[in-house]
Design a protein around this ligand. Sequence first.
Ligand code: ZN
Length: 497
Amino acid sequence: MSEYAELIRRWKEAAILGSCGGVLGWDERTYMPRNGSAHRAEQMALIARLCHEMTTHPKNGEFLTAAETSNPDDDAKANLREIRRAYDRAVKLPPDLVEELARVTTQAQQAWTDARAASDYSKFQPWLEKIVALKRREAAAVGYKDHPYDALLDEFEPGATTASIRALFADLAADLTPLVAALLASPRKPDRGILHRDFPVETQKSFGRMAAETIGFQFDSGRLDVTTHPFCTGLGPGDVRITTRYNPKHFNESFFGVLHECGHAIYEQNLPGEHFGTPLGVAVSLGIHESQSRLWENQVGRGQPFWEFFFPKAQQAFPCLSDVKLDDFLFAINDVQASFIRVEADEATYNLHIILRFELEQAIVSGDLKVADVPGAWNERFRKMFGINPPDDAKGCLQDIHWSFGGLGYFATYTLGNLYAAQFMDRVRQDLGGPQLDDDFRAGRFGRLKEWLTDRIHRHGQRYRAGELCRRVTGRELSHKPFIEYLRTKYEPLYGV
Ligand code: ZN
C-alpha cells in the first residue's frame, strides 16, 4: 500500500472513532438523563484522547511527509494540505490538555444549563474560568503571530485572523449601524402579535417536517429531535441529525430554526460520502457552513416567494392565521427590533450581537477582561449598542452555550456566514435568473437552488479554503456589500425609510 493510502486509512479510522463521540455528543444534548453527565464526560474524554493519539501518531507524520513528496494528484493534494494543517495543530497540543478540555467542557455544559435556568452567573463562572485557562494554554501551544485569539479562530475558520475579521466587521458596522438605527426609528411597525397566537406543538412538528422535506432535507438520512439549543450534527454518510425547540406561543422559534438547521444538514447530506473521514468529505469551515443555514433560513425562508407557496398551507395547519394577510405575515417575520437574545434576533440586528461577542472574547482571551467581570462588561456594551438593559444574565451573557463547550472564537463565523450567504445568493440569482428562481419558490420547487449549491459548494468538501471557494463561486473576495445591499432592498421599502 502506498504511504498516501496508508495515511488515509489511518485518518479515516480516527474519523470513525470521532463520529462515535459525535453520537454520544448528540445523545448528551437530546436524551441523556442529567445524572449521566459525569460518566458521559469520562466517555468523551477517553474518545477525545484516543482520537488525538490516532491523529498525532508518529507514523502519520512519516506517511504524510512521504506522500507529500510522491507527486500527488489533485484530490490527494487537497487532502494532504488539510491533513498537514490538522496534524501540525494536533501534535502541538499536549494530550493531557486535550483530555482535560473534553472532560471540563462536558461538565461545564451541564453547569451552564443550570446557571442559565436560574439566571445565576456564579454557577457558571468557575467553569468559564477553567475553560478560559485551558483555551489560553491551547492558544499558547498552537502558537500565533499577533493575538492569542488568532489561534482559537483558526480552529473554526482556517486562515482567518483577528485583524482580517476586525477590518471586515468594522466596514460592516459602518454601514449597518445607521441602517439599523433608521429601521428602528421608523414609525411603521408590524403586528408582532400574529406570531404569538396559539401554535400547537404537534402541528408545528408536522408543518416543520413538511417544510424540511420540501426544501431538500432527507429524512431517510437524518433525524429531527428536540433540544434546548438547536444544532445539526453530521455523524457520517447517511446520518445527519438536526434538532429544534418548540414554543406553543411563538411561530418563529421552531420554524425558522428548522430551516436554519436544514441548511446545515443539506450541506452535510451532500458532501461526497466516499470521502468520509478525509478533508474532501468535510465542510470547508464554520463560516461556509453557516452561509448554507442562513441562505435557507433568511435569503429563501423569509422571502415573499417562499411564503406565497407556504402561507396557504400554514393557514390550513394553524387556524389562528386564517384572518392574517400574507403581507402582514411577511412584515411580522421580518420584524426588526432591538432584542436581547441573539438566536431570536432579526437579520439586521443579528450581526451587532455577534460583533459584541467578538470584541468581548478577544478581551477575555487576552486577559484584559476578567471572567468575573463578564456580566458587567456585557451589559454595558449591550446598552451602548442597542439602548436597552438586559434584565438578567439569562438574557445577557448566559444565553449562549458556546463558551461552555470551549467555543471561544466561534461566534464570528455566524456573521461570516451571513456575508457569504448574501454573496452566494447574489451569484445564484445571476446564474439561475432571479425571477425564474422566485417562480421556482412560488411553486414549492427548491431543487435547482439545492443542485447549484451542491455543485458549487457541497460536493467539493475541503478542496478549496473558504477564501478561494468564495472567489471561485462568486468571482470576488468576501465583502460586506452584497449583504448590506440585500438588507436595503428588502427592509427599506418594508419600513418606508
Ligand atoms: Zn448555524
